[in-house]
Design a protein around this ligand. Structure first.
Ligand code: AMP
Length: 409
């Protein structure tokens, strides 16, 4: 018997280390293509104040900086605008809250309902993701308290990478590491999965026809090699620190540097953690900012440190791209996504020009002017280059819908 589908409102909570993003979606039928959320909310955390903003279809309905709020107060202040903006008459209309959970370890390879047992496992995994999983769990607790009628679901950023084979996810230390859970997990999986599926759709190809590298270039950045629709390798590893140079993170460095700093400069583990996560990357080299917009601005004023930071960023991308292409034994499609991937034509140009040896050619005008979800390579290019707007929140909402309706995700 065919079940009748009822309209369903799904709230997504995407909790990060310095900001939280919320979005409310409504699906009347099986979601096939991204739709705009009915409502979006953002909380930006800093030491002394909390900034909260909300908008309905691009129109700001709240934009306020207050004294530092606790998590529950901040989420509550945002949710109230759902009623004030006439999006909801009652919070019980929210059927599901979908949480982006950063680390699912080897245990969670699919979206799942958050039960007490699942919460316990996510808590255990906090050991592997101390900057992320505890935030995610706090979000779950707050949503349970504020929206007691809604079901809570977790969608994991590591899940897409569960298909990476042992030869690529095992570190070349003692094998005991692997047995203890020290292995490559990979992150940004929700984005890499969505963008690779969208790429197949745009190019009208089947998964087995394309070797894809997806470049997710945001504040955090990673590359994923995708064959037959599956992740077979990725640049991030045990934590989101490995791989590319990022906004404030080092990316891969020789681990001996940390031992050197610990022994000779008396740095504590906490200080080192802060340096490699928050004071490095574009910010560490430019001495100014980890935001690519600021780097571009400083480059235009011939600031030598910003120029070095930019050049290093492109170099790091090319070096890691070479590794992903090597693992794939070729390349059919290259995707650029997230804040930098979608919005900085010069990065795409500088990376792609170096790939002419693959028969890859971009159309300079299209690359400069492209809108989301466009092909920016020339028609004869042997590799298709695409700029795709990542849709992590929509993907989480879609996964929740599928979980509720027993559809395979
Ligand atoms: P995300 O983490 O995806 O939000 O990406 C954040 C990064 O994207 C930051 O480095 C921003 O500077 C960069 N970004 C976002 N929009 C633009 C833009 N229009 N031009 C240049 N960089 C941008």
């Amino acid at each position: 018997m065919e079940l009748k589908l009822v309209p369903m409102k799904i709230l997504v909570l995407n909790a990060g280390s310095s900001s939280d993003k919320l979005a409310l979606y409504e699906f009347n039928e099986e979601p096939a293509h991204p739709v705009s959320p009915l409502w979006q909310g953002t909380i930006e955390w800093s030491q002394n104040q909390t900034k909260i903003s909300a908008e309905i279809k691009g129109k700001k309905i709240l934009d306020r900086a207050t004294h530092a709020l606790d998590y529950k107060e901040a989420i509550n202040s945002l949710l109230i605008t759902l009623k004030e903006g006439n999006i909801l008459s009652d919070f019980s209309q929210i059927a599901i809250v979908g949480h982006r959970v950063v680390h699912g370890g080897t245990l969670f390879q699919k979206p799942t309902w958050i039960t007490p047992d699942v919460t316990k496992e996510i808590k255990t995994l906090s050991l592997l993701a101390p900057l992320h999983n505890p935030n995610n769990l706090e979000g779950v607790e707050v949503c349970k308290a504020l929206l007691p009628r809604a079901k809570q679901a977790a969608v994991f950023d590591t899940a897409f990478h569960a298909t990476i084979p042992a030869k690529a996810n095992t570190y070349a230390g003692p094998y005991q590491w692997k047995e203890e859970g020290i292995q490559r997990y990979g992150f940004h999986g929700i984005s890499h999965q969505y963008c690779s599926q969208r790429c197949l759709e745009i190019l009208k190809k089947k998964p087995e026809q394309l070797k894809i590298v997806c470049c997710h270039l945001g504040n955090g950045a990673s590359l994923t090699a995708i064959a037959d629709g599956k992740s077979i390798d990725t640049t991030m590893g045990f934590t989101p620190l490995e791989g590319l140079m990022m906004g404030t993170r080092t990316g891969s460095i020789d681990p001996s540097i940390l031992l050197y700093l610990q022994k000779n400069k008396k740095k504590t583990p906490g200080e080192l953690l802060k340096i490699i996560n928050f004071d490095s990357g574009l910010k560490g080299i430019s001495g100014k900012s980890g935001d690519m917009r600021d780097i571009l601005q400083s480059c235009s004023q011939a600031d030598p440190y910003a120029i070095l930071a930019y050049d290093m960023y492109v170099h790091s991308l090319k070096r890691n791209l070479g590794a992903m292409i090597g693992v794939l034994n070729g390349l059919d499609a290259l995707i650029f996504t997230a804040g930098i991937g979608e919005n900085v034509p010069s990065i795409r140009k500088d990376v792609c020009e170096g790939l002419a040896y693959l028969g890859l050619a971009i159309n300079p005008q299209k690359n400069q002017d492209c809108r989301p979800d466009e092909i920016v390579s020339t028609p004869p290019s042997k590799v298709a280059v695409l700029v795709i707007k990542t849709q992590e929140d929509w993907s989480i909402a879609k996964d929740c819908w599928q979980l509720q309706n027993n559809k395979e995700t």
